[in-house]
Write a protein that binds this ligand. Structure first.
Ligand SMILES: Nc1ncnc2c1ncn2[C@@H]1O[C@H](COP(=O)(O)OP(=O)(O)OP(=O)(O)O)[C@@H](O)[C@H]1O
Length: 263
């Protein structure tokens, strides 16, 4: 979907083609005395196959940015182009349909795409295998742990066969150990499925654990203040000295930004 048509695409540098391009994107909610500027001239590109993490203080506009890329809301300034590509979204809450089985939840996007029953079953089984939930297809969501429900949500997001996966704090509500395991799984699935991911988090270590790049937004209105390339060898451990060291550096920058805003 292209929210605003851009002119001739510019050549891009980096490892692939830009699949998401924001140029001076602003987002204002409301108008007049109720106006609230959530994002202020954000420029950002995400390349094909990249894993990009968005970090910033609470309320700086991270979720707003995802909803703009998803086409759920409209920009009020600048240009945003995803070249007609499809996106799928995953949130902190799995938001599974409780009356459907696990497999039924994963099959839902396929049903909406008009995929036939036999093919749906097969694909759902494959997807559940990818998220390591083979054999759980007949269960209901309430029979699963929080981590398992997020795996189902991930399988459902993958079922949409989208070009871009938008994730809004998908592991934020999980305990540290479960999150750690899901980081490993996420990294594997991203690599195997060649996904392009835009991932919002509050957790600096999580961002450094997973990202090819970590984009730091300023306090509201959100602007890009840093774009950190993360080059540590994968798979990474969240408690490795490399991840911890870079996370500390980014945390200091974030703290300085929050403090600056508080005065
Ligand atoms: N639909 C809306 N109408 C009006 N204001 C909104 C709307 N959605 C978000 N906002 C405001 O825009 C600002 C950015 O919100 P957003 O949820 O994007 O921030 P965030 O960085 O994702 O926050 P958090 O880290 O706390 O989840 C906030 O001040 C919020 O109150």
């Amino acid at each position: 979907m292209s929210l605003v048509e851009t002119q001739t695409p510019r050549p891009v540098t980096g490892r692939g083609d830009a699949v998401v391009r924001l140029e001076n994107v602003s987002k204002q909610y409301g108008s007049g005395s109720n106006a609230l500027l959530a994002l202020d001239r954000v420029s950002l590109t995400v390349q094909q196959g990249e894993f990009v993490c968005l970090l910033g203080a609470s309320g700086c506009g991270k979720s707003t940015l995802l909803s703009l890329v998803a086409g759920l809301d409209k920009i009020t300034g600048g240009t945003l182009d995803i070249g007609g590509r499809h996106v799928s979204l995953m949130f902190q809450e799995a938001a599974l349909f409780p009356w459907l089985s696990v497999a039924g939840n994963v099959e839902l996007p396929l049903r909406l795409q008009g995929v036939g029953k036999a093919e749906r079953r097969k694909r759902a089984e494959e997807l559940l295998e990818i998220v390591r939930l083979s054999g759980f297809g007949h269960k209901r969501p309430h029979e699963l742990s929080g981590g398992m429900r997020q795996r189902v949500a991930l399988a459902r997001a993958l079922a949409q066969n989208a070009d871009i996966l938008l994730m809004d704090e998908p592991f934020g509500a999980l305990d540290a150990m479960t999150r750690d395991i899901l980081h490993d799984e996420m990294e594997r699935i991203w690599r195997e499925q060649k996904l392009t991911v835009l991932f919002v988090t509050h957790n600096v270590r999580e961002a450094v654990r997973l990202g090819d790049r970590v984009i730091l937004l300023s306090s509201r209105p959100g602007r890009v203040i840093e774009d950190y390339p993360i080059t540590h060898e994968r798979p990474r451990r969240i408690d490795s000295p490399e991840v911890s060291g870079q996370a500390a550096e980014i945390t200091d920058r974030l703290r300085a930004e929050v403090a600056r805003h508080a005065h």
